[in-house]
Design a protein around this ligand. Structure first.
Ligand SMILES: Nc1ncnc2c1ncn2[C@@H]1O[C@H](COP(=O)(O)OP(=O)(O)OP(=O)(O)O)[C@@H](O)[C@H]1O
Length: 244
């Protein structure tokens, strides 16, 4: 479960208010899609959720643990995939995974099984002995994803996770997201691919200029206009001059 209460973020240098008074709860068992135009505040929100950025105001709890005052307990429960897979290029894939497993205290017996399951799922078994600097963008995305899921965390927070993934891996990830939520856990992810949000999410939040302008199931967002697509709703809610 994720609880975001009154969260704002002003970047000191630019003075830009990237996130403005965000209130949002994502329940256990839910896949939540976070969509919005470029620069709307998605990545800023996500970085505050995982403890990489400090909110200017407000608080965020992960499964009841405050990400600032109880950071270790909160982070134990998080899988974070950033929007840019910047990883240690001089490590081999397997060295990176073992390093992450050490950081998260994944027991040796459990880690081998988990690593081989995830490598197999994302078709990375053959590449795991190679240096990460030789990986393509999609392979880097996959090794980061595998690292993030290694400690079997309950709350997945994924910033545009499908970007760069081939259709097989993208399909596997979507299946895993659904299974994870069906087991009673939580997935929060941002995307620009509205068809994925439409098909996969239990609820969707639309952020524009730092403010949550709509939030609910697809049917709730449609307000009875059942033939409206998410794309039409998105454009109505985020175009210049839209009432917010
Ligand atoms: N480090 C930073 N310093 C100053 N301003 C920033 C910083 N990072 C982001 N911003 C600004 O904050 C606002 C929100 O940016 P953010 O990256 O959160 O948007 P986003 O919704 O993730 O966009 P995109 O879809 O393009 O990835 C933008 O106006 C951006 O220019």
């Amino acid at each position: 479960m994720i609880e975001i209460t009154g969260v704002s973020k002003v970047y000191n240098r630019s003075g830009i208010k990237a996130v403005d008074g965000l209130n949002l709860t994502v329940q256990s068992g839910e896949i939540f899609g976070f969509i919005g135009p470029n620069g709307a505040g998605k990545t800023t929100t996500i970085k505050m959720m995982v403890g990489l950025l400090e909110p200017t105001a407000g608080s965020i709890k992960i499964d009841g643990y405050d990400i600032r005052s109880n950071a270790i307990e909160a982070k134990r429960r998080i899988a974070y995939v950033p929007d840019n897979p910047d990883v240690y290029e001089k490590l081999r894939g397997i060295e990176y995974l073992n390093f992450i497993a050490d950081v998260y205290d994944v027991p040796i017996e459990h880690r081998q099984q988990r690593i081989s399951y995830l490598l197999d799922t994302f078709e990375m078994s053959d590449a795991v002995g190679d240096l990460i600097q030789s990986y393509s963008h999609g392979m880097r995305q996959k090794i980061v994803l595998i690292g993030a899921l290694l400690h079997d965390p309950s709350v997945w927070i994924l910033d545009e996770p499908m970007v760069g993934l081939d259709p097989h891996s993208s399909f596997q990830l979507k299946e895993m997201m659904r299974r994870h939520c069906d087991e009673g856990h939580t997935v929060f992810f941002s995307t620009h691919v509205l068809e994925v949000a439409e098909r996969l999410c239990d609820r969707i939040g639309i952020i524009n200029k730092g403010r949550l302008v709509a939030c609910g199931t697809l049917d709730e967002l449609r307000h009875g206009q059942m033939d409206e697509s998410l794309e039409q709703l998105f454009l109505q809610l985020t175009e210049e001059g839209a009432v917010q």
